[in-house]
Design a protein around this ligand. Sequence first.
Ligand code: 0WD
Length: 262
Amino acid sequence: MLPAYPLAAKLHEGRKGLIVGIANDQSIAWGCAAAFRALGAEVAVTYRDEKTKKYVEPLARELETPIFMPLDVEAPGHMEAVFERIEKDWGKLDFLVHSIAFSPKEALGGRVTDVKRDGFITTMDISCWSFIRMAHLAEPLMKDGGAIFTMTYYGSQVAVEHYNIMGVAKAALESAVRYIAAELGPKGIRVNAISPGPLATRAASGIPEFDALLEKARGKAPTCKLVTIEDVGLAVAFLAHDAAKASTGDTLYIDGGYHIID
Ligand code: 0WD
């Protein structure tokens, strides 16, 4: 069920956005899609492959999404096909949420010092380059300006145990956000990274000892709580609104204040 937010206005009525990275109803991307839809936006949704389609399809129905397409960022032409369809059906795009990351088990599970070239390239390709490419494809559709988001994690800033090569990819991603924000800012396109605290999603299940990370987050965050996908979704929807029109190029932490505590 879509959440009923205590906000009188449909803040995103008439706006159209693309959300990439829903794997199931625990996904951060689902939290974002639900928030945008509840606030009046139309959302296009993608699924990675036939396996994930069956989990994403009912969610797409709930969102009344008019564009529901496969998108594997490693598959040649997939990204282009999604943006072409958006161009054809909508002729514009107001916001884009990139919420995907992947690292092969042997790359993620080992030391950064030992990472093999293949694992490094796949990690960077799916977790960072796909964002750069999507920003490139979104630019011509954001004729009246727009807002672009990607998901990062604190392991980009400090060495977080078990986060390993993904921390390196997230540091590159945050840097890409700054450069793209600088480049697209004059066109009224804002670009931000969102850095949520740990959430028990499918992607997170690939990180060894993730439960310990959750416990640490709960214990250290000034709010004494874990964040939820609803928290992240609402923050992204707020940042996509003109109310946040002076915010770009930043990494916004939605982590209950975890990162400010030593
Ligand atoms: O604690 C967490 N869960 C945090 C996640 C804390 C801070 C940041 N993040 C980030 C992740 O690094 C990622 O960038 O948030 C983003 C979304 O992650 P999530 O919501 O935790 O993960 P999940 O629900 O598993 O969705 C990630 C999805 C994949 O799911 P599956 O389970 O099907 O691998 O990323 C997608 C896919 O749907 N994905 C791809 N999509 C297109 N092409 C690809 C690909 N090649 N690879 C993965």
